[in-house]
Design a protein. Structure first.
Length: 389
């Protein structure tokens, strides 16, 4: 079990304030140029010629060849909590390894320690990394004509808020090792920015990509066209998100997730909690999705996924991410955070079980990961394909 996290430790989230001096976010602040659509208006679905021919971004519940993870190495970020976050990462890796192949990237000088912590069911490979956020640093995998291709989205430390020299090179190095073709995107983004149903619909927050810290000089229409071309997407549904409050600028994978085409789970605040920028972002997402249709013209079924009571959780920290939406769908199981509020944990588990009835729902304690501004989904990245034996 991880120890409680001190409130003063710089985390992935609090590093934003330390690095830039930015204060509170403004919900929905737009980097769009004159004449751009307002945040929240669902884009018009393109025809078959709009998306790159034969290119498809699959849904997470489809078959995985393996799961990639990354061994945290940065003492300057985690300080005295580095041993505890490594315990969390090893715990997640061991759990996932019970149902699919897990590859852990680790610095060569940390290889033995990572292997010992993760156990023999996890393959640990020597590859220079900085931190644990594999969802954002590993390329986004698409399929084209039966082949898997890695799209390198030019990871730049979430808009140059943290230095991630090694993580910025992970895409090229990892794809080369596994002989997976690499395509360099013309955009800067991260895997946690994208949520898809596998049928041509993409959910994304405007705050995380229509942002000068990633894509200076590009408006939303230009970015949408490039997403369609790069990922084979037919329809992009834009959510406002929250600009500037966390280091990711509000990734969608902690806000709303698909469980099936036309069905989404939406993060919702614990009852009675005062409204803040995150709950307002969820309200805005609900408003958009309730009026939108997906790439095949279906309306959305929206199911609330309530957060735990912060007075009952076992973790601590100003930047603690208490959303259950940051779950990971593996081949035979779904891995969700266990926060220590037994009633809320069980309720979230029952919701996930209802929507993934053929998979085991596995709660995993990740208090230190969550204190650093992330979750299980943030620390994992699936490669589509036939499972590795």
């Amino acid at each position: 079990m991880s120890l409680p996290v001190p409130l003063t430790r710089p985390s992935r989230r609090s590093a934003l304030r330390a690095f830039t001096g930015i204060g509170a976010a403004v919900l929905g602040a737009s980097a769009c140029g004159p004449g751009d659509k307002l945040a929240g208006a669902a884009s018009i679905a393109g025809d078959e010629d709009t998306a790159a021919k034969g290119l498809r971004l699959g849904a997470e519940w489809e078959s995985h060849a393996r799961t990639f993870m990354s061994w945290p190495a940065r003492e300057s970020v985690w300080e005295e909590d580095l041993p505890y976050v490594r315990e969390d990462i090893a715990r997640v890796a061991r759990a996932i390894a019970q149902c699919e192949y897990v590859v852990m990237m680790a610095r060569p000088d940390q290889l033995s320690a990572a292997q010992k912590a993760c156990g023999r069911d996890v393959e640990v490979i020597p590859l220079a990394v900085d931190d644990l956020w594999a969802r954002d640093t590993v390329p986004v995998f698409v399929e084209q004509d039966g082949d898997v291709i890695g799209i390198d989205f030019n990871f730049n430390g979430w808009g140059n808020k943290q230095e991630h020299t090694n993580d910025g090179r992970v895409g090229r190095a990892l794809l080369s090792k596994y002989d997976i073709p690499r395509r360099k995107a013309s955009l800067v983004s991260e895997g946690g920015s994208f949520e898809t149903d596998g049928e041509g619909t993409l959910l994304i927050t405007e705050s995380s990509i229509v942002n000068d810290n990633r894509n200076r000089g590009r408006n939303r229409d230009q970015i949408e066209a490039e997403l369609k071309r790069t990922l084979g997407i037919k329809k992009v549904i834009w959510l406002a998100g929250v600009r500037g409050q966390d280091i990711t600028d509000a990734h969608v994978d902690s806000l709303v997730r698909f469980t099936a085409p036309g069905v989404v789970l939406l993060d919702s605040a614990f009852p009675g909690m005062p409204a803040d920028s995150w709950s307002r972002a969820a309200d805005q997402a609900r408003s958009v999705l309730s009026e939108a249709t997906d790439a095949r013209g279906r309306p959305f079924e929206i199911i609330d996924l309530p957060q735990p009571d912060l007075d009952r959780i076992t973790g601590e920290g100003d930047d603690f991410v208490s959303t259950y939406a940051n779950f990971y769908v593996a081949n035979d199981s779904v891995f969700m955070p266990k926060f220590g509020d037994r009633k809320a944990d069980n309720h979230a588990r029952s919701i996930l079980q209802e929507h993934f009835p053929k998979r085991d729902i596995v709660p995993v304690q990740i208090d230190t990961i969550a204190s650093g501004g992330g979750g299980i989904h943030c620390s994992t990245h699936d490669q589509p394909g036939k499972p590795v034996d």
